[in-house]
Design a protein around this ligand. Structure first.
Ligand SMILES: Nc1ncnc2c1ncn2[C@@H]1O[C@H](COP(=O)(O)OP(=O)(O)OP(=O)(O)O)[C@@H](O)[C@H]1O
Length: 335
């Protein structure tokens, strides 16, 4: 008898990951689609489309259809998702037709935004669609014992949103989502370099700067990086050497906003669970957790242990996939 394939999707602002029940992660590429603006056709998706950013003729536009963790352009998201699922089907050698899907939604999303995500998957032809809150998926993917009556604190720092949640007994006890994450750090770097050096750099360069020399701690061993951009006075290409100290300063305000979100969630923790946090600490997931010094900085600021999940960029996708087994139980707990 034909049984529907079961998949978990992390429809992230920066990256889209697909987890198949039998094969684990089968797709992990940037949430980017290259669109022909004359025909509205999707010409490329994922890695291929991301490589086109800033390098295409005028009628081909690489688009990131998700912003701040939610769908900003519904039509392109649907087309991108379909193209990616098709790519995966070809790759895994069997069709992903009429799948049963678990897909995550940011905690702060509205019911309209959630429905948009659900409909995007239904349009692909999914047989069933289940939604799971992103931090819950992150906690499952990080291997936290969410079913136990202890406080599991997860902080997922993605591209568009940072999510903080306290989970106990299979449900979210307290949570917060802020639209400050990796993308906003990139923008802060672009702004600093423009103001300080009159040089304009692109989004991809800013992201590379953040990954190479970005640091959360004021005190660290200095790193430097040569960066090329466009001189805003002469209009010509120009190279500047950046220091990790100035990038730390550029990121400080965004990091502070993420810290405040964590603090205020912990402050709203029921007292019985509060004691656990000192013992079990906080677990970091999401690509933003990989910023140099992040774990140590947060641990200093919060005075609790901070752990990095084994695979921060994949935690949500793994969690959505693993939750397929007990999705009905989770949805009951959420009611
Ligand atoms: N080594 C690194 N240092 C700093 N930031 C990193 C590193 N690696 C990845 N990132 C950042 O992590 C972000 C992507 O993380 P992730 O894939 O978890 O987000 P997402 O799930 O797509 O976004 P969201 O959860 O907001 O929808 C990007 O901003 C990326 O630049």
């Amino acid at each position: 008898m034909f049984s529907s394939p079961e998949i978990g999707i992390d429809l992230g602002t920066a990256n889209l990951l697909i987890y198949s029940k039998n094969k684990g992660i089968v797709f992990n590429e940037p949430s980017v689609a290259a669109i022909d603006i004359n025909t509205k056709d999707v010409l490329a998706v994922g890695e291929e489309a991301k490589r086109m950013i800033g390098r295409t003729p005028k009628h081909i536009v690489p688009v990131r259809p998700l912003k701040d963790g939610v769908i900003a352009d519904y039509e392109i998201t649907t087309k991108m998702l379909k193209a990616m699922l098709k790519k995966v089907s070809a790759r895994v050698g069997h069709s992903l037709r009429k799948p049963i899907v678990v897909i995550c939604t940011p905690t702060g999303s509205t019911s309209v935004e959630r429905r948009a995500i659900e409909n995007a998957v239904k349009e692909y032809g999914a047989k069933q669609v289940h939604l799971i809150e992103e931090p819950l998926a992150a906690a499952i993917g990080a291997g936290l014992p969410i079913d136990e009556p202890i406080s599991n604190v997860v902080v997922d720092i993605g591209g568009g949103t940072s999510e903080v949640a306290i989970i106990s007994f299979g449900g979210v006890v307290s949570s917060r989502s802020v639209r400050v994450a990796g993308d906003h750090m990139d923008q802060a770097i672009i702004q600093t370099i423009r103001q300080k050096y009159n040089i304009l750099i692109g989004d991809r360069t800013a992201e590379l700067v953040k990954m190479e020399i970005g640091h959360a701690l004021i005190d660290h061993d200095e790193l430097t990086m040569d960066v090329r951009g466009r001189d805003m006075v002469t209009g010509l290409p120009k190279t500047v050497t950046l220091s990790s100290y100035e990038i730390q300063k550029a990121l400080a305000d965004k990091l502070q906003q993420i810290l405040e979100a964590i603090r205020s969630t912990l402050e709203h923790c029921p007292p019985e669970l509060s004691g656990d946090i000192v013992e079990y600490g906080v677990t970091l997931t999401g690509g933003g957790a990989l910023l140099k010094g992040m774990q140590e900085w947060l641990s200093d600021e919060l005075s609790v242990p901070v752990h990095l999940a084994p695979n921060p960029l994949e935690s949500v996708a793994i969690g959505t996939g693993k939750s397929l087994k007990f999705i009905h139980k989770l949805q009951k707990a959420a009611r």
